[in-house]
Structures are given as C-alpha cells and as structure tokens.
Design a protein around this ligand. Sequence first.
Ligand SMILES: O=C(O)[C@@H](O)C(=O)CO
Ligand SMILES: [Mg+2]
Length: 262
Amino acid sequence: MPRFSANISMLYPELPFLDRFAAAASDGFKAVEYVGAYDQPTAVLVDLLQEHGLTQALFNLPAGNWAAGERGIACHPDRVAEFRESVDKAIEYAKANGCTQVNCLAGIAPAGVARAELESVLAENLRYAAPRLAAEGIMLLLEPINTRDMPGFLINSTDDYERIAAAVGHENLYLQYDFYHMQIVQGDLIPTFQRLQSRIGHVQIADHPGRHEPGTGEINYANIFKVLDEAGYSGWVGAEYRPKAGTSAGLGWFETWRSAAR
Ligand SMILES: O=C(O)[C@@H](O)C(=O)CO
Ligand SMILES: [Mg+2]
C-alpha cells in the first residue's frame, strides 16, 4: 500500500507554515515533506513532528534566495563554497528530525555560462555531497523539473539525471521521480519508473494540466499506485500539488489509503 507524505510547501496554503503539520496529521497523513524550513530552529520542527506523530519524509538542501527566484545553487560556478556549507546545514536538520533523504535542486542556469561547465560544477558538488550524506545515513536525491514551471532549470529529464549520475560516480545519488514533471517533459511514466526503480529514492505526484489533485487531469494515478505496489516501492509518495479547492476538501483521491492507514 502506498505511503503518502503531505508536501506542506504546497498543501494547506491557507494556513501558516507551522500549522500545516497539525492539519496534515488530522487529514490522515503519516509524513510531511517541504522545500525547506531553515528559518525555523530544529527544535520547533522536531516538536511538531513528535506532537503530531509524523515522519519527516524529505526536504531540500538550502536552495539560495527562494524569494528572489533562486531554485538551487548546485550548478552555479560562483557558489561552490555556499553549496558546501548548505550540505552541513542539511545534515544538521536531517539528523535532528530523523530524515533519511534530502533533495538537491540543481538550480536555474545562470546566463552566459556553457551547459558543459554548469553540469561539471553540479557533478563536482554532488560528488562532494554524496559521501558526506552517506556517512550520516542520508540519501542524496536529484530531481528533474520541467521548464514550464521553472524556466531555465538545468536538470529536466531522467536522461539528465542519468548523465549527471554517471559523471558523479557515487552510488548515493538517487533520482527524485516527480510524475507531474515527467509527464510534461517526457511521458512514458510507468516504463521509465520500472526501468529506473532501483535508483529512485522518492516519488511525488500531482495531475497535469494544472498541478492539482490526482484525478483532475490526464495521469492515471489509480494505475500508477498499483504499479508502485506491484514493484514493491517502499518509499514515500509525496503529495505535491496545488489544491483546487481547500486542501482537506480535495482529498477524495486519498480516501482509500487514509482509511486503510488509520
Ligand atoms: O517539484 C518541485 O517543484 C519540487 O519537488 C521542489 O522541491 C521545488 O519546488
Ligand atoms: Mg517535485
């Protein structure tokens, strides 16, 4: 049975961030994930997880100045020192809240730098991060993201992930397979999941078009959930979508799993 994690960077936008833990637990989620909460002391986050019986499924490495439009710094040639510091910060937070995987956002390609150089910087940064995270029992993930939602984002497809992973050459670099992005970029969702399953550390879901709840678009999630089970996928499935109505009101797709998990 798939285990769902509420992505509280996207779900419960009607609530302040720290109130979203309680809301996710009350809606039947057993785990939460988010882009990052480095502005909060670890103790606050750990208390919320404990109070609501939640697991921290995932968060991202510090991704630069999000409000200014940055979406990761890992491919930026002039930010290598900052990237290295961000690995230490992520380890500190992951150890505090018991999280066993962190996602690296490659970043938006800076203008005027050749793609080969950006990929080389990214690979070098990941080669730095992968063993350090492995030593702490934390999986490092790399997520391809479509460029309609994030114009200029460097890593867009599973081919991109596989090429970077080959360049990095460390086994602690897994794929974060977001079905929504993959539907836009390349389709072929199930065969690609099956081919790369041993390298997939985390999956995320949203329907397309609109990035709304499963069942609102063209992706057959009933079938995908069956495939995840048949494949023995044991990781979390991150519900990372923009609710069409209120978050709780839109959880019809989750009813079967929520009841079974209680
Ligand atoms: O798919 C996404 O957008 C993410 O998983 C993320 O962490 C960055 O927004
Ligand atoms: Mg995602």
